[in-house]
Ligand binder design. Structure first.
Ligand SMILES: Nc1ncnc2c1ncn2[C@@H]1O[C@H](COP(=O)(O)OP(=O)(O)OP(=O)(O)O)[C@@H](O)[C@H]1O
Length: 299
């Protein structure tokens, strides 16, 4: 289990991570979600001892990463797939890591096969790898020591849709066997398909956490009609409060059957009617993203 407890990291008056606490449990994939600059990488760097916390702690089964005798056998880490030595081949990188951890060389071939790098690809220098190949190699390096905890920063970056599905299946299988997976992303939908639990961070603070089901729980009803204003008006007349969302949909806490009945009675043809599953989380995430968006980019 990964435990982050009241973790704060300041840089010259700027608080990158502000009193953050959460856990990542064994047998679960925990998604660490937040817009660019939210503090995900900083939190993960503290977890693996690359950045010192200003206060608070991050531990793996109660032990700080720096105090683990042979960390690679306990925690698999992928923080930046492009940080691998560009002049070495994929096979060399895995071989050096295996030797450092005291693992048999056959583990290298097993990992190459697991991450689907072919023998000829494994003999190519990493500078000639695509980002997706680097991510695969990075995941192979993280899994080399058969650790029970995986910490992956944006591992889906650069993977194509087939690669993302491959990674999802790999991480699912790993968690199903009791492993603890923490992976970060700045994309809600990417993490939604992989994670069991979600921790959402914005401006250095945790803004939501819980199981995916809890966070995506039905948030009322979403309806669309050719004139959303007419629909909102009809709902208001019927005593059903609603809001007009920026995307032209009408949101309400009433259930879909009630909204359908009101629309029918008012002679309004609906073009969409469903429970607004996930809309709450998506709205919150978009608001967070907009808040942290740099000027100019937002426009
Ligand atoms: N060494 C440092 N010195 C000063 N500021 C830093 C340093 N490292 C990170 N920061 C700042 O801390 C904030 C959080 O950065 P961090 O890299 O943790 O965010 P992130 O959530 O991983 O973002 P991204 O999705 O863009 O990788 C940012 O504003 C960043 O500029």
């Amino acid at each position: 289990m990964i435990t982050v407890d009241s973790l704060t990291r300041r840089y010259a008056g700027f608080t990158a991570v502000d009193n953050v606490s959460f856990t990542a449990q064994p047998g679960r994939v925990t998604g660490f979600l937040g817009p660019n600059g939210a503090g995900k990488s900083t939190t993960m760097r503290v977890m693996v001892g690359l950045t010192a916390p200003t206060s608070g702690s991050a531990t793996i089964d109660g032990v700080r990463f720096a105090d683990l005798p042979n960390p690679g056998l306990e925690v698999g880490v992928l923080l930046d797939a492009s940080a691998q030595h560009a002049g070495r081949t994929g096979r060399e990188i895995l071989t050096i890591a295996a030797d450092t951890m005291g693992l048999p060389r056959k583990r290298v071939d097993e990992m190459l096969e697991l991450v689907s790098l072919t023998p000829s690809e494994s003999r190519r220098r990493v500078r000639n790898y695509s980002l997706g190949m680097r991510q695969r190699l990075g995941i192979g390096t993280a899994l080399l020591g058969d650790p029970r905890v995986l910490i992956l920063d944006e591992p889906a970056n650069g993977l194509d849709p087939a690669g993302i599905r491959w990674m999802r299946d790999l991480l699912r299988g790993y968690a199903n066997q009791g492993g603890t997976v923490l992976l970060s992303s700045h994309l809600l939908h990417e993490i939604e398909v992989i994670a069991d639990d979600l921790v959402v961070i914005g401006n250095g603070k945790i803004v939501a956490s819980g199981t995916k089901e809890e966070l995506l729980a039905a948030a009322g009803t979403l309806a669309r009609a050719s004139s959303p204003r007419d629909l909102a008006h009809a709902l208001e007349q019927a005593g059903v409060p609603s809001t007009l969302a920026g995307d032209g949909s009408v949101r309400t806490d009433a259930d879909p059957a009630r909204v359908g009945a009101v629309a029918l009675a008012a002679g309004i043809a609906l073009t969409e009617l469903r429970s607004a599953e996930g809309a709450g989380l998506e709205d919150m995430f978009l608001a967070l993203t907009a808040e942290t968006q740099r000027e100019g980019v937002a426009a």
